[in-house]
Design a protein around this ligand. Sequence first.
Ligand SMILES: Cc1cc2nc3c(=O)[nH]c(=O)nc-3n(C[C@H](O)[C@H](O)[C@H](O)COP(=O)(O)OP(=O)(O)OC[C@H]3O[C@@H](n4cnc5c(N)ncnc54)[C@H](O)[C@@H]3O)c2cc1C
Length: 404
Amino acid sequence: MADFSLTLSEEQTTVRDWVHTFAQNVMRPAAQEWDEREETPWPVIEEAARAGLYSMDFFANNFVDPTGLLMVLSLEEMAWGDAGLCMAIVGSTLAVAAIMGNGTPEQVGEWVPACFGTPGDVKIAAFGVSEPDAGSDVSSLRTRAIYDEATDEWVLNGTKTWITNGGIAHVHVIVASVDPALGSRGQASFVIPEGTRGLRMGQKFKKLGIRASHTAEVVLEDCRVPGRCLLGGKERLDQKLARAREGTKTSGQAAMATFETTRPYVGAQAIGIARASYEYALDYAKERHQFGRAIIENQSIAFKLADMKMRTDASRLLVWRASWMAATRQPFLAGEGSQSKLFASETAVHVSEEAIQILGGYGYVRDYPVERWHRDSKIYTIFEGTSEIQRLIIARAISGVHIR
Ligand SMILES: Cc1cc2nc3c(=O)[nH]c(=O)nc-3n(C[C@H](O)[C@H](O)[C@H](O)COP(=O)(O)OP(=O)(O)OC[C@H]3O[C@@H](n4cnc5c(N)ncnc54)[C@H](O)[C@@H]3O)c2cc1C
């Protein structure tokens, strides 16, 4: 008797279809406007909160699905609706994941609800790691956190860049170095509560795509937070630093393993864009006539669509596998998390570009959505680890060699 099945449960199809309805009815109609306004789409986030889609319960319920599929199913649908609006809705979850991954139960209880607020009083959160001189190389962060024993406060100084919801979030989680000599093992994460003095938004970036999602610098100038804002607490940090100074290799590896498990979430969003592009191009190719026949009757167009469908489906299988492996706590021995994010993101770029080609001139102008989908797709090969970094992780995992 075979155990293996790709059949979704009733709960999974119900949730997926519910998110799809929101994507179809709320996100799609709003997408172009917020792409052009390039502002945080508060009305859409608020509507998502009222519907229950932007809420702690929704993400927690998705996260605990024992098959691991619920979260990736939801993310694919949201990004199918619109990737920029999707990021505006799910951007806060980067900070949530950091709090859940590093915080004590008390900190999780206090700060995770604060990241979402309530439907009547919506809050958003930001997670700041990247700096102007530390992108892929997160071991070289310059932002410093120094403990002030007299007041039991941490004092943060530095500049974070490219931060989703940066400077406008109600809760910021900032990764800073407490002992630069230890590289990434000398770092810690701090919650910066709403209204804390010394944190401000720097430059807001104008972007190629996902323009409904706010991206900005976060400047920290003598930013003081109480000792309880150190995620995990001081005792655990001191133990971690002591282990790092002794040269025991544990914490860095644990952080890498966590990143692997969340990469399918990025891949799932890329699939949403690829699927949207493929579906649109397929319909268009059947409708558009040139030389007295539908353009899909030309092999050159039909074969493109065959490849677009195949690559999108292959991406989904890689994403489902990685998400299932993460949920069932299987070790990623071949960088399966990275494989899923890498393949899905490059597929989204390729498929959305092919969609433009199939629409011809109509694909290139803003009256049709495929140019936006192509612009949106590109970020997925860059953030949360560039394609090159994903290949590095896979290559190291399969070879055991420390490839540079
Ligand atoms: C829209 C947007 C939203 C973002 N949101 C957040 C956020 O919320 N929080 C956050 O902390 N960060 C965020 N980021 C930052 C993002 O994670 C970084 O941009 C990304 O990690 C790459 O860093 P970098 O831009 O400094 O590029 P670099 O690290 O400078 O890389 C430049 C190029 O060199 C390549 N490269 C670098 N090192 C190697 C190597 N060892 N081997 C081979 N090639 C290499 C890269 O692949 C890339 O092609 C966001 C970025 C954008 C654009």
